[in-house]
Structure formats: structure tokens, C-alpha cells
Write a protein that binds this ligand. Structure first.
Ligand SMILES: [Zn+2]
Length: 331
């Protein structure tokens, strides 16, 4: 049965091939002389037949992205670029739907960066601290490469839009339970980047962390940032009022009588996030942080938790980016 089927299929394919190969050349004739109506019809019919044979290229493979890599701008097709980004940005044990959600977010980020030329000559660079990380797909095992490629292929050409425009598809590792408003971190409000609950992240490596510095270092770091700070004898008076953002981050914390933004304290003390509490003892200042990253947009560990609950990549994306649509970028 199997052989009979194969041979029938092969015979059909061979006939189609034969028909194309033996077809007289109206297309070539039409290029050199004005075509007769019959020739035009024959040419269109022939072209329509040929398209599947010569246009198997996907959207991602047809887009060439200028990428700044090791100080040089290289043109990379979007499929190769996104495969490398997934390899660099996501752990290999993540679920398929989480990986697809990440692929769409990264494609959106890349296309938007291309339109705005984030770097002078390049759309993006391969520095994870600036744009997104990138691991050469040729440098990993065939199995890992296939896993990343499958997520890129399954979402080929799809991007995220808000009111018809590509969104700023920011993402981060782990929120600690709640994502953050864009306005709380970068000042500008974006309606699709608002604080949302992000349950199920407890298993993430940096769901909660502690960072300790000596009291002397604590004082000196703050003093170098604002020389007007003062630290009275009473330790309890060192920490003043604290206001918090919608996503549970520190908005402003008064320390040594001076106001500090949560984002500034994160940088000054190298904290994993702005969502922290501070405890002072006679010898140490200890920060307990929730989550890892700026906490705006898609949470990678939150996406993984949703995927494990059976949610699709579209459900994941429309949870973390509010009011958006997931559509073909080419459309
Ligand atoms: Zn960059």
C-alpha cells in the first residue's frame, strides 16, 4: 500500500514537472515582443504555476536585518537573527508556547528597531544589556537549534501591534509576582505596558534575592550620589517615607533625609529589581528584592508558567501587553 501510494504521488509530481519543463516558452517570447492576448494568458497561468516552486521563502527569511556584531554591521536574515536571540535569551527547558511568545516579542522588537535605526547603521546590536543577546545558531547542538528554529518558524512574520503600530515589546526575566508600569521605570506612559499580575514565577532563580552591604558602604554610596544626606545616631531615622509604584516597586525612598528614586537605588547598589524592602541593622543594610530586570512588559518566567498551564503564545502576549493584536507584520 505504502509503495503504491508513493509511486502514485511520484508519478503525479513527475507529470507536473514534465508539464512545466516541456511547456513552450511564451514568457520568454513576451519579453522580446508585444504579447498577444493568448500569450499573456498563457504567461500568467505559467507564472501562477511556478510561484510555489520559486517562492518557498518565508517572511523572516526574506527580511535582511542590519545587526551590529563585534563592532561590525552584518546583514542577517530575520530567521537566523531570531533563532540566535532565542538561544541567548531563553533557557532550553522552557515550553514551546513560551518560546513562541518570546519569538514574536523579539521579532516585534527587531522590526521596530529597524524602522528607527536604534544604532546608526544597524537596527540592533548583539549586546543583551543594550538590545538583545545573540548566540550563533551554528555554535549550538542541532537539537537546541531545532528547538529555537521551530518557535521562529511557527510564528513566521507575526508581530505585536497597538492601534496599528508595532509596540515597544520589552521583556525581562522575572517580575516577582507583578509587572511594572512603563511610566514607573522610564517616565513615559505606554497604554500597553501597564502593571499586570504575573503568578507562578516562584520557581525562577531570582524570584527573591538578598543583597547586603556594610553600613559604612551604604552611607558612602548614598553620600556620593547626594552629598546632602545625613545619618543621625538613631538608625531608625535613616529610612524615611517610601512610596511605591503600581507594580510594587520603590518609586521614591527617603534615605538620610533625601529622596532617592527606586531606579536610582537599583543602579547604585546593583539590585536585581526596584521591587525591594530595606532592613538596617547595626552593621549591615540588607535589600530583599523581588524579581529580576526592569519588570516592564513580558515576564519570561511568567510566560513559562502560563505555557505550563496550557495557555497559547497569543494568550501569553495579550496578557503581558494589554490591548494589543498579534498580526502578520507584512500585512
Ligand atoms: Zn543595541
Amino acid at each position: 500500500m505504502k509503495n503504491a501510494f508513493l509511486s502514485a504521488a511520484a508519478s503525479v509530481a513527475f507529470s507536473a514537472l514534465l508539464a512545466l519543463t516541456l511547456r513552450p516558452g511564451p514568457v520568454r517570447a513576451a519579453q522580446t515582443a508585444a504579447p498577444s492576448p493568448e500569450q499573456t494568458i498563457a504567461a500568467s497561468a505559467a507564472a501562477a504555476t511556478e510561484i510555489p516552486l520559486f517562492h518557498a521563502q518565508t517572511y523572516d527569511r526574506s527580511v535582511l536585518l542590519p545587526v551590529l556584531r563585534e563592532g561590525e554591521t552584518v546583514r542577517m536574515d530575520l530567521h537566523t537573527y531570531l533563532t540566535g536571540v532565542l538561544l541567548a535569551e531563553l533557557p532550553p527547558d522552557f515550553s514551546d508556547e513560551a518560546r513562541k511568545a518570546q519569538a514574536v516579542a523579539c521579532r516585534t522588537y527587531a522590526l521596530r528597531s529597524d524602522a528607527r535605526r536604534r544604532h546608526e547603521e544597524a537596527a540592533v546590536c548583539t549586546d543583551s544589556a543594550c538590545c538583545m543577546g545573540w548566540t550563533d545558531p551554528a555554535a549550538v547542538s542541532a537539537e537546541r537549534r531545532a528547538q529555537a528554529e521551530a518557535a521562529v518558524d511557527a510564528t513566521d512574520g507575526l508581530a505585536i501591534f497597538y492601534e496599528g503600530r508595532l509596540i515597544d515589546a520589552t521583556f525581562f526575566s522575572c517580575s516577582g509576582g507583578m509587572t511594572e508600569d512603563a511610566a514607573a521605570v522610564w517616565g513615559g506612559d505606554l497604554p500597553y505596558l501597564r502593571s499586570v499580575p504575573s503568578p507562578g514565577e516562584e520557581g525562577a532563580a531570582h524570584f527573591s534575592d538578598e543583597k547586603q552591604v556594610s553600613l559604612a558602604e551604604f552611607q558612602s554610596v548614598l553620600r556620593s550620589a547626594d552629598p546632602a544626606v545625613s545619618f543621625p545616631e538613631q538608625l531608625g531615622a535613616w529610612v524615611g517615607t517610601v512610596t511605591r509604584t503600581a507594580g510594587g516597586g520603590v518609586d521614591v525612598m527617603v534615605l538620610g533625609g533625601r529622596p532617592f528614586r527606586g531606579t536610582e537605588l537599583r543602579k547604585l547598589f546593583g539590585l536585581r529589581s526596584t521591587a525591594f524592602t530595606l532592613t538596617l541593622t547595626d552593621e549591615t543594610a540588607s535589600f530583599t528584592t523581588s524579581g529580576y530586570g526592569h519588570r516592564v512588559g513580558l515576564s519570561q518566567y511568567g510566560a513559562e508558567a502560563m505555557a505550563r498551564e496550557g495557555k497559547s503564545f497569543r494568550e501569553i502576549l495579550t496578557w503581558y501587553y494589554r490591548g494589543v493584536t498579534v498580526e502578520a507584520a507584512s500585512g
